[in-house]
Design a protein. Structure first.
Length: 455
């Protein structure tokens, strides 16, 4: 019989978790993830290119909620809707620009699967900032461990599946449920709503995976009502889904290993380039090697990297979103931005298209063998004058041990928020997040992100 003791252990952890029991560094890192995620939602909801999130908010949130008690805000906009739709739209926005946090040990992005849903439930149920922060950490720690426990199928993108296992536990924590069996019931319901995001759709530039993340958050908001109504699912749900359907293996021992002693969120990285994380070390390498050398002088760029990254080798893309999952596109784009920031859009696209064709990406099996502990990228650039430059990187900008990371996250947040909300309100939001434990009126905090007019 499959060992189910881990579910009880995880539920008891969620029930008994307290901010009083965690190191100060963990508390700060959680707040930085919250700060960054809110800023990224603002960016996603306000993309000037008429992005899918902005179209979605205009479609679904162009009305005032008929019941004021159920009001929800589309963060960073003037749109008001119901809190369930807000969870959906803000969830979509969080992943739309490929700027959300991630965790290489979880092999994905834990926060996006629950963040906007937890915001909505906290506001709707008049919970405090402290209760939100405790529930956030519970969800992140359990969810990240599930990511580590699952051996994902190569055809399945991590968005939408393992990340929602933990949502039932955080909902129980937030709402103060006393019966740990209810935590487990909510978690099994949430896990049953896992969705198969196909890498094929992502690589072709389709944005359905963003919708799936939005639905993850909507489903999270529905969990309390589903549990109250008596709905349930088998406790074997994680085993069956992640051994037979959406993944090729599931090791339950990861779920309760060092739970409460080791914190996955301390291994969280932040994104400073708007592309899949697998592209970032290649961007760093290219910017370092090229420097101020003219892009016209580049003959060829060869990249060797681990298997997951090597899949992102497309030298032609049809859509910008497709380019977020192409190492040649991301490298060419960032080189172009650095050297020619004022170039007109038509010339920029031609320059990127030409440079992409010079970028070749292949897998190095020795580098794949180092996963998930190390993510190496080796790059060699040949120039037309026969000069060659090489570099090997085992990190990327935004890694958890990066110097001055907190300052850089704050600067990123200000870039996303300040132009829309102004200096005074942006600083008020930052100060509020750093003192989340003292916030009693969470609705007032969320209203800080509401714009009175469209920008």
């Amino acid at each position: 019989m499959f060992e189910l003791k881990y579910l009880q252990t995880v539920a008891k952890y969620a029930f008994s978790f307290s901010l009083d029991d965690i190191p100060k560094d963990v508390n700060l890192k959680a707040k930085l993830i919250i700060l960054d995620s809110l800023g990224v939602i603002v960016a996603g909801n306000n993309n000037a290119r008429e992005s899918e999130p902005s179209k979605a908010s205009n479609t679904f949130a162009s009305f005032q909620s008929p019941i004021s008690a159920e009001k929800g805000y589309v963060i960073g906009t003037d749109k008001v809707t119901d809190y369930k739709t807000a969870a959906l739209l803000n969830g979509i926005a969080l992943v739309a620009e490929e700027l959300d946090e991630g965790n290489q040990f979880a092999k994905g992005h834990p926060a996006c699967h629950f963040f906007s849903g937890l915001l909505a439930l906290t506001s709707q149920n008049n919970r405090s900032g402290k209760e939100f922060l405790e529930s956030f950490i519970v969800n992140y720690e359990i969810g990240a461990r599930m990511g580590a426990a699952v051996k994902q199928k190569e055809s399945i993108h991590p968005h939408g599946n393992w990340g929602i296992f933990a949502n039932g536990f955080s909902v129980g924590k937030l709402l103060g449920w006393k019966n740990t069996e209810e935590y487990i019931r909510a978690a099994m319901l949430s896990t049953s709503l896992s969705m198969p995001t196909l890498w094929q759709s992502v690589s072709e530039g389709h944005q359905v995976r963003n919708v799936i993340v939005g639905l993850n958050n909507l489903h999270t908001v529905l969990l309390p009502g589903l549990v109250t109504a008596g709905f349930s699912a088998t406790n074997l749900t994680p085993k069956i889904l992640f051994e037979e359907v959406l993944a090729d293996g599931f090791v339950s021992a990861f779920l309760d290993k060092d739970l409460g002693n080791f914190y996955y969120l301390e291994k969280t990285y932040f994104k400073f380039y708007p592309y899949c994380r697998f592209c970032h070390s290649s961007i760093d390498a290219a910017l370092s090697l090229v420097g101020n050398t003219s892009l016209d002088d580049i003959k060829r760029i060869d990249i060797k990297t681990y298997k997951s990254a090597a899949k992102l080798k497309a030298q032609e893309v049809q859509y910008d979103f497709e380019g977020k999952f192409s190492i040649p596109f991301s490298v060419a784009s960032e080189l172009s931005i650095k050297q020619n920031p004022l170039i007109d859009e038509t010339s920029k696209k031609l320059q990127i298209k030409d440079l992409m064709r010079k970028v070749y990406v292949v897998e190095d099996e020795d580098l794949t063998a180092l996963l998930p502990t190390e993510r190496y990228t080796a790059m060699n650039i040949e120039f037309w004058d026969q000069e060659s430059r090489s570099i090997v990187l085992k990190r990327a900008t935004g890694d958890p041990d990066e110097e001055n990371l907190e300052r850089k996250v704050l600067e990123k947040f200000k870039r996303n928020v300040l132009p829309l909300l102004g200096i005074e309100r942006t600083q008020q939001i930052i100060d509020s997040i750093y003192s989340l434990e003292k916030i009693n009126d969470f609705n007032a905090f969320i209203k800080l992100f509401h714009r009175t007019t469209s920008g």
